[in-house]
Every structure is written in structure tokens, then in C-alpha cells.
Design a protein around this ligand. Structure first.
Ligand code: PLP
Length: 392
């Protein structure tokens, strides 16, 4: 028997086209000292103390076993109360599944709904896990372009142009990752009309819903007339409560679908981590001031970095929500992917190109504001110096 490394025969659908630049950048960064990472989507702020305490107490009290697959009944009840209070949504605990992060919900929903060749509309740029999940579920991801001139708002007109007899699902991420745009209610109403006309299901990912600025409001898609029956709402604790590592999110949907999705969820992860569910319950039941405090921190960082980009003469989509600045670097005479590699080497600042988010053109970078203010100042100084060299 030879000890050769076997040649793995991969399924075609798992070959992911855009990842190579991310891998390349991460390995470059690993060899550099003092890189300031403005690429990731993981809040740098700590999980609030009362939530950590609830997780610790749960562990000590023996929450180290499986929970009911759909999630702790008291957590599902608290989720329903939240959806009612904040989102004008009326769900019962039987219509909710607690998932291992909203990420799992994406897969569960698409695995439940797709047959081979079914088409799913996803924004370009967008959160690429959707593209990947669609492909793994045997569907076809159809990009719907969104443009800087529209402040990256998804328009019903662009969606309509991509609908075919095979279209089954529209994926909405509101507020958007990577652009931070919030789809206005008027546009959501037009999308609701399209969903009825073309018998579409909608996956509404509202994970950034509580991080909005300048009075922008997120309308939960399922709260629009007639949409509850057609919508799977995804949400979670990672962004609002800085709980990415706890891995807990949830989905709300019509009961008939929940029955099918519960089976898939059970097959994938059995249940979300027990201690994390207790922590999530504390997040919902406890004081909400921490969410506002985090939002304020992001708001200050956003204001600072916007002023910096304005000074550089770089444009970006008006960030109405989330914690990203989707920035056009074409004025610097480079493709965005080239710029990211250059910036990493020249300034030791890491941002990711829009192509990693399925962008149809290579002009944008996503800058995430998930570093403390002194680091953002330092990143801005380094970027200024590097860009000055370009001009010279
Ligand atoms: N949905 C969107 C739009 C995201 O940006 C992310 C993470 O960045 C997720 C879902 C996954 O969130 P979670 O940590 O709850 O799995």
C-alpha cells in the first residue's frame, strides 16, 4: 500500500469559486505583524455580563445535554414575545425553531424548499452563504444586481427582471450584508406583490435588524399583509448581543413548514447548544440597554470612518444599518481585489473585496467597523500614508 495522499473526488457543487482570495489574504496576513483586521463580521464587543452569567449558571445547573430539538419552550416563548413586541409578528412557540446560529437556519430553509434546478434569487452583492447553501441544496442561485446609484437598495424592478417559471424563493437580507442598506417598506410591499403574483417563498434574514442608524426602520417582511404564509424569518443573537460564539439563532415560519424543517434541523445539529439557549433567554428577557449601547459604539465608528473616506474622496453606499461600509475604490485606479492585496501588504490593513460577496463588479471593498476606535484611527493613518504613496 502506498502512503500517497488520496485524490479526493469532490462533488461539483462544493467547489466554491470565490474563496481563493480570502484564503490567500488570510495566509498573507498570518505572515505579517500587527495587521488590523477590518474584514470580519464578528462584533469585537464582549457579550454583556448578565448574558454570560446566565450561560455559566446554566452550565453549573446541568444544561449540558440535548434540549428539545425545536429549542427550550421558555426561549421559544420569549422569541414569540420579541417578534410580537418589536416586529408586529404573531407566532406561537410551535412556529419557531431555535437553530445553531441563523446560519443553520439558511441551510434548513433551503434544504426544506428546493428541488433540483429550482431558482433562488439572491442579491449581488450579498451574504455568500446563501449562494453556497442554494447550490448544496441542489438549486440554482440567480444573482439580482443592486447598485451604488440606488444606495444598494434591492428594487422590485430588478427582482422582477430575474423571475422565471423556475423561480421559487427570494432571499432578502435586511439590513444587508455587505452593503448596510435597508430595504424600504414601500419596496418590500412591491416585493410582496411579486411574491403573490409568482408564487414565491421569501427567506427574510433580519439578523442586523437592531443595528440601524439615522432613524431607519426595518419592516419584518412577514408582517406585511399575506406574507406570513410565504415567509421564513431568520434572526439570531450574534450581532445584536455580540454572541457569535454562542451559536444560537432562530427561524419562524408557518407550522406546516416547521414540521419539515424541524426534521432537517434535527438531522443537522439535533439542537442548538443548551447553555447558549439559556444565555439567549437572558438576552431577550434582560435589559435591552446593551443593544443600544453597542449600536451607539457602531454609530460613532461609522461617523469617524465615513469622515475619513470622504476626506480620501472615496464613495460608499449610505450605511443605514449593520456595521459595514461598502466602499468604491475604483478612483484609486485598481480593481478592488487588487486593492485589498495591496493594502494588506502596504498598510497591514485587511478588508475584503466585494467579489467575495458575489459582487458582479470588482470595484468595492467591505470595511467592517469591528475594531475599537484607536485601531480604526491607526488603520485610517496607515491607509492615508499608503494611498499618498500611490499618488506620489
Ligand atoms: N445572516 C447574515 C446576513 C450574516 O451576515 C450572518 C453572519 O455574518 C449570518 C446570517 C450568520 O449568523 P449567525 O452567527 O447567527 O449564524
Amino acid at each position: 500500500m502506498s502512503a500517497h495522499t488520496p485524490r479526493y473526488r469532490l462533488a461539483d457543487r462544493v467547489v466554491h469559486k470565490n474563496e481563493s482570495i480570502r484564503t490567500h489574504m488570510l495566509s498573507l496576513a498570518a505572515g505579517l505583524q500587527g495587521v488590523i483586521a477590518l474584514g470580519r463580521g464578528d462584533p469585537d464587543l464582549p457579550t454583556p455580563a448578565h448574558i454570560i452569567k446566565a450561560g455559566q449558571e446554566a452550565l453549573e445547573a446541568g444544561a449540558t445535554h440535548y434540549t428539545p430539538p425545536q429549542g427550550l419552550p421558555e426561549l421559544r416563548k420569549a422569541i414569540c414575545a420579541k417578534l410580537h413586541r418589536e416586529n408586529e409578528l404573531a407566532y406561537t412557540p410551535e412556529e419557531v425553531i431555535v437553530t445553531t446560529g441563523a446560519q443553520e437556519g439558511i441551510y434548513v430553509a433551503l434544504l426544506a424548499l428546493l428541488n433540483p434546478g429550482d431558482e433562488v434569487l439572491v442579491t449581488s452583492p450579498g451574504y455568500t452563504s446563501y449562494h453556497q447553501a442554494v447550490e448544496l441544496a441542489g438549486g440554482v442561485a440567480v444573482p439580482v444586481p443592486i447598485y451604488q446609484k440606488d444606495n444598494f437598495a434591492l428594487t422590485a424592478e430588478a427582482v422582477r427582471a430575474k423571475i422565471t417559471p423556475r423561480t421559487r424563493i427570494l432571499c432578502l437580507i435586511n439590513p444587508s450584508n455587505p452593503t448596510g442598506s435597508v430595504t424600504p417598506r414601500t419596496e418590500l410591499e412591491k416585493l410582496a406583490q411579486l411574491a403573490i403574483e409568482h408564487d414565491l417563498m421569501v427567506i427574510s434574514d433580519e439578523i442586523y435588524e437592531r443595528i440601524v442608524f439615522d432613524g431607519h426602520m426595518v419592516t419584518s417582511f412577514a408582517s406585511l399583509p399575506g406574507m406570513k404564509e410565504r415567509t421564513i424569518t431568520l434572526n439570531g443573537f450574534s450581532k445584536a448581543y455580540a454572541m457569535t460564539g454562542w451559536r444560537v439563532g432562530y427561524m419562524a415560519a408557518p407550522r406546516e413548514l416547521i414540521a419539515v424543517m424541524s426534521e432537517i434541523h434535527h438531522g443537522l445539529t439535533i439542537c442548538a447548544p443548551a447553555m447558549s439557549q439559556h444565555a439567549a433567554l437572558a438576552a431577550l428577557a434582560g435589559p435591552q440597554q446593551c443593544v443600544e449601547e453597542h449600536r451607539q459604539v457602531f454609530s460613532e465608528r461609522r461617523a469617524f470612518f465615513r469622515r475619513f473616506l470622504d476626506k480620501l474622496g472615496l464613495t460608499y453606499g449610505e450605511p443605514q444599518g449593520a456595521f459595514y461600509l461598502y466602499t468604491n475604490v475604483s478612483a484609486l485606479g485598481m480593481r478592488a481585489s487588487e486593492f485589498c492585496l495591496w493594502l494588506l501588504q502596504e498598510a497591514r490593513v485587511m478588508v475584503f473585496p466585494g467579489t467575495l460577496f458575489g459582487d458582479h463588479n470588482d470595484d468595492f471593498v467591505r470595511i467592517s467597523l469591528l475594531q475599537p476606535m484607536p485601531k480604526l484611527h491607526e488603520a485610517a493613518d496607515r491607509m492615508t500614508q499608503a494611498i499618498a504613496k500611490l499618488a506620489g
